[in-house]
Design a protein around this ligand. Structure first.
Ligand code: ZN
Ligand code: ZN
Length: 479
């Protein structure tokens, strides 16, 4: 890598499925030492650098992982050569993995460190300067030693499992500090540990309309530490029945009334408060410590899209196929789970045909919105071509503004979305619950329909081309 602007921390991120594979391989119950190699994409941001596990390659005992002359066991030269070759080809970081005994604390032995010093300068060279290094595991702990082309070595502060089960491993067990008494009632559910996770989380909400404003409110009240609000629009008088935190004055309703001349309606629309500002105001009323980034732009602009790439979770409450495509790809490229939320009322010939709200939580690596045909190509084309046109007319006659909608329906979706995420990060979700289940609620028939997303292996979003590649691929955003 040419330049390194990040001097911060190093973390490793892995999916639930990969974690089960790796942990099962290292700790099959025989108490012995085992090995593996991880090939990783890299994501760098002001929060630090993350190694995103692209592949877990278990070393077969006795074939790839054998008795060593210096240490107890080692990866064979052939196994290392094959994997560093693949890393070099794909521009991925290389991590050699083994385990020690013990539970909650781990560190490299002197022999381990000596072998890094003998081997890693050459590996770094073969890998064209893309980082190489090692991780050592105990059952509930991990330590790491990462080598970068600037000659620096970095310790790994943690390994996080993205999605379910929500796990964070560190070199030694960290006791969570007592949480702020304000949060006493919910800390009785999620523990001080859960509250600490909430306080350390950075969460994006894309779309701050009916559903997104509720999500923003919930997240702020829960004590989430950092929020990123993204929405290009200003409030409209017809939003007042649904956008929480909006005041009558925000919408300049008297100017925007239908009886006013067009120019006055336009002026009202221009003076109206941006939705992100309303959401930020509501969040600050709920929490004095929350940090908020407000972006009054479209999420599909590439510099705005980049803001999503170091969040811990993304709530997508914007009804646009372009936004769906972007967020979906970020989830799999950067290993950041997302929840897509929406509610819809279908009217056919002036009759309500169906009402439903839908919540789709997606973990990286599992079936995505793209392979489940929820990002139709015709809508992408339509949105891309009509965007300029729509932008001109947005305030007066955007059809979305006049689509049927009600706060209660939005609240069902928003609550469910945040609740699913909360239970997962609080570690309370039953282990039998699959990582991803998509839920649709139909109040007219009182039905709740769940389904598990399918996954197509060659998907351009969740498949190998983009999966865990981090900064190596460009985002599906507007340049
Ligand atoms: Zn060791
Ligand atoms: Zn997919």
């Amino acid at each position: 890598m040419a330049e390194r602007t990040v001097s911060g921390t190093w973390s490793v991120v892995i999916t639930g499925e990969q974690w089960a594979l790796l942990h099962g391989h290292l700790f099959p119950g025989d108490g012995d030492e085992h090995g593996a190699i991880l090939r990783c994409g890299i994501a760098e941001s002001s929060r630090g650098a993350r190694l995103l596990v692209h592949d877990v390659v278990p070393a077969v005992d006795g074939i790839d992982y054998i008795e060593g002359q210096r240490g107890y066991r080692k990866l064979t030269a052939e196994f290392v050569a094959e994997n560093i070759g693949m890393c070099a080809e794909q521009g991925l970081a290389y991590l050699a993995v083994h385990n020690h005994g013990g539970q909650d604390r781990v560190g490299f032995s002197r022999t381990d460190m000596a072998s890094h010093e003998r081997g890693y300068p050459a590996l770094l060279d073969i890998n064209a300067g893309v980082p190489v290094g090692a991780l050592v595991f105990a059952e509930n702990a991990v330590a790491g030693d990462i080598w970068t082309s600037d000659g620096e070595r970095h310790t790994v502060i943690d390994l996080r499992v993205a999605g379910r089960p929500h796990l964070t491993l560190t070199p030694e067990l960290i006791i969570a500090p007592m949480s702020d008494p304000t949060y006493d009632r919910q800390a009785r559910i999620f523990g001080d540990r859960g509250q600490t996770i909430l306080g350390g989380s950075k969460v994006a909400v894309v779309g701050l309309g009916g559903i997104g404003s509720l999500i923003g409110e919930y997240l702020a009240r829960l004590g989430v530490g950092e929020l990123v609000f993204i929405d290009p629009d200003r409030i409209d008088p017809t939003n007042l029945p649904r956008v929480v935190g909006a005041r009558r004055f925000d919408a300049w309703s008297p100017l925007q009334s239908d009886t006013r001349p067009r120019w006055m309606q336009r002026l009202g629309a221009r003076l109206a408060t941006p939705k992100v500002k309303i959401a930020a105001r509501a969040a600050r009323q709920a929490s004095k410590t929350v940090r908020i980034t407000q972006v009054r732009r479209s999420v599909v602009d590439s510099d705005v899209a980049m803001l999503l790439t170091d969040c811990d979770h993304i709530f997508l409450a914007a009804d646009s196929a372009l936004a769906r495509r972007l967020v979906n790809s970020v989830t799999h490229q950067y290993l950041i789970p997302n929840t897509q939320v929406g509610s819809k009322v279908t009217v056919i010939d002036d009759t309500i045909a169906d009402i439903f709200s839908v919540v789709r939580m997606s973990s990286p690596g599992s079936g995505c919105l793209q392979c489940n045909e929820l990002i139709p190509a015709w809508r992408l084309t339509e949105e891309a071509t009509s965007e300029v046109q729509r932008h001109r007319q947005r305030y007066v006659d955007d059809e979305n503004i006049h689509a049927p909608s009600v706060i209660t329906l939005n609240a069902v979706a928003a609550s469910r979305a945040v609740d699913d995420w909360l239970m997962a990060i609080g570690g309370l979700t039953d282990s039998a619950v699959s990582a991803d289940h998509w839920v649709a609620y139909h109040p007219l028939t009182d039905e709740v329909i769940e389904h598990e997303p399918a996954k197509s292996p060659d998907c351009r979003h969740c498949g190998p081309f983009r999966f865990a590649m981090g900064d190596k691929r460009s985002l599906l955003a507007r340049p």
